[in-house]
Structure formats: structure tokens, C-alpha cells
Design a protein around this ligand. Sequence first.
Ligand code: GSH
Length: 212
Amino acid sequence: MKLYVWTLAPNPRRVLIFLGEKSIPMTVEDVGDGARLKPEFLARSVHRRVPLLELDDGSLLGEAAAICRYLEALYPNPPLMFGNTPKQAALIDMWERKSEGEGVFAVAEVFRNKLSAFEGRALGGYRTELPQIPALVDRGKRRFQEFVETLEQQLAEQLFVAGDSFSMADITALCAIDFAKRSRMPLPENCVNVARWHAQVSSRPSVAGCAG
Ligand SMILES: N[C@@H](CCC(=O)N[C@@H](CS)C(=O)NCC(=O)O)C(=O)O
């Protein structure tokens, strides 16, 4: 198996932290070329995005959550990343999807519609030009703020994002928060519970070994 990534991009990082958490060995190739992906990588994959997992039979698997679920099935121990009861699994799924849709994508909405490096590429993976919409910068910031406030409420009552143990939901929420920080959207000072959780999960070897 081989995992294609783009250094510092948040979605491949979700898979890299998961690999570290489960101690899964993997060959990794960085296919980033500055602010874009290498043309030869784009040409060979229908997904046109990273992370991308190439299986030994040549199949290509896209989407961070799908890749992690596949690896979880191959390496089921330790078993807590996707939950081991129906309720736990659903809660993890819910918070993981929320963290991607309202966290990672909200930050992407800001910088892809703002930075000149992404002119004509306002969404990743498209085959044709997609213009930036400046109004989406403020809307993305608002969406991210709403996400952080929701997380703050959740973490006032829970040790981790989806309950009392570290899971895939923590990985995606952490990648969203770190991605925001790099995009000049730091955590608001009043988010004390998110800050407490962030410090705690950032000290895990899987996270500390995978800069965001
Ligand atoms: N939902 C996808 C999102 C993948 C995605 O958007 N990846 C970005 C990097 S973080 C990408 O490959 N962008 C390609 C581009 O900008 O051309 C996932 O979970 O893997």
C-alpha cells in the first residue's frame, strides 16, 4: 500500500495521525508542488485530491474517513478509533462529519477564496477553472466560529470530542483547529475547554510527530 499526501494539508494529516495512533506501517509520498498538486498525480487519479491510498492491487481509495475505515478493518486493534458499540460508533461518526464539514471545509472556504495562490482554484480537485467568491471569506469565518462554539459546549461536558476516549472525531476536529490557526484564525480566548482538549490531544505521540 502507498499513501499519497500533501505536506501540511489538513485532510492527509487526518490519515497520518490515524496511522500513528494505530502504529500502522505505510509508504508515504508527498505529491504537493507548492500551492498545487503535481500534474502527474492529478492525471492518474479520478479523485484528484489527497489523501489517496493505493492498494497493492492498484485500486485507488480517496476520502480520509473512508481510508481510515479501511485501515481500521485491516488493523482492528486498538479498537476505539471508530467506537465499539452502535451508539459510540454513531457519535464518533456524527462528530467526525461535523468536524470535516463545519470545521475543515469552513477554513478552506476562507483561504481558498482569499489567497492569490488559489485564484481560479477556489475548490480543490476541479478539472476546470473555478473563480474565487470574496464574500465566502467572511462566511467561512462565521461558519468556523460557529463550529468552535459548538465544540466548546461539547468539551465542557466531555473529555474528548465524541465521549471519554480519543477517536477519529478528535483527529478531524484537531486538524480543523490547527488548519485554522495556520490560516490566521486562532482559537478565541474564551474557548477554554477547546484549549484544554487541544493541549491534551496535541501531546499524543501520533499528533506531536505529525506537524499541522
Ligand atoms: N473530503 C476529502 C477532502 C480532500 C481534500 O480536499 N484534499 C485537499 C488537500 S487538504 C486536496 O487534495 N486539494 C486538491 C487541490 O487543491 O487541488 C477527504 O476527506 O479526503
